[in-house]
Design a protein around this ligand. Sequence first.
Ligand code: NAP
Length: 261
Amino acid sequence: MSKPAKIVIAGAGRIAWHLGKRLKAKGLPVAQVLSRTAAHAESLAQTLQTRWTDDWSEVLPDADWLLLAVRDDAIADVAASLAPYLPDTLVTHTSGGTPGTVLKPYFNRFGVFYPLQSFSFERSPVWSKIPFCVDAQQEEDVLFLKRIAKTIGNLVYRVNDEQRATLHVAAVFANNFANHCFAIAEKLLAGKDLPFELLHPLMEETLAKVLQESPARMQTGPAIRGDAETIRRHLDLLNDHARWKELYEKLSASINPDMEI
Ligand SMILES: NC(=O)c1ccc[n+]([C@@H]2O[C@H](COP(=O)([O-])OP(=O)(O)OC[C@H]3O[C@@H](n4cnc5c(N)ncnc54)[C@H](OP(=O)(O)O)[C@@H]3O)[C@@H](O)[C@H]2O)c1
């Protein structure tokens, strides 16, 4: 990068912490942390050895890039609060489920910097394996975001709002819904004094297979085979769990729409 960009992060949650630390580690120090809760802003700023504020009007007016790392539903409000102070700054949010255009009413230069991974405080991200999905209105801003993403990670994609909306739904199926199914499995086993670890090898094999082949081709189980009698027995076993029973029926019908249950 020709001259170091002046980077400001708004928000002090999971994404702000992980991105802030990674940017610093890669020689892209954050110049300021803004957050509505002073203690959170201060704590992250201390870690990043930078300044902080909980007053939006104190945002550095010469910031090159503002990374909005706040809750999805707060993006527009925070953007509206910061807009008067940042007429020339590139502003991006980090949300997969929010269009970049929510920033359009507030900023001339706006975009999205979405790291497609599940971040938590307890785990260190494997940056080389995180796809960064970036987009911006102006081509030079896209190049800037791609360069940043390439510096802190390895996998960089330009993904527009329409594509990212679908990507986010797909991620909910692949991550959140799959995880919920794991949670149901864990509870069912606990009800019969069986350890969840019993399923670990099966879960590992499932993931290994779908990373190698199309999941549609790798589908196994009673629904794809059309084993209606087995399915009826499973449904009987789920009589005390109406929601899980309904989920089982719906997933089975989605796997094999031709089968009569
Ligand atoms: N975590 C992930 O796995 C992940 C992955 C990809 C993208 N993202 C995106 O990254 C963004 C931040 O997510 P996160 O996981 O970092 O969330 P988080 O850990 O819950 O932190 C949310 C941040 O938003 C701030 N905030 C909430 N409501 C606000 C409001 N009304 N006004 C101002 N600030 C507000 C919070 O401030 P306080 O500290 O004062 O509460 C906190 O700093 C979201 O857009 C999310 O979709 C998250």
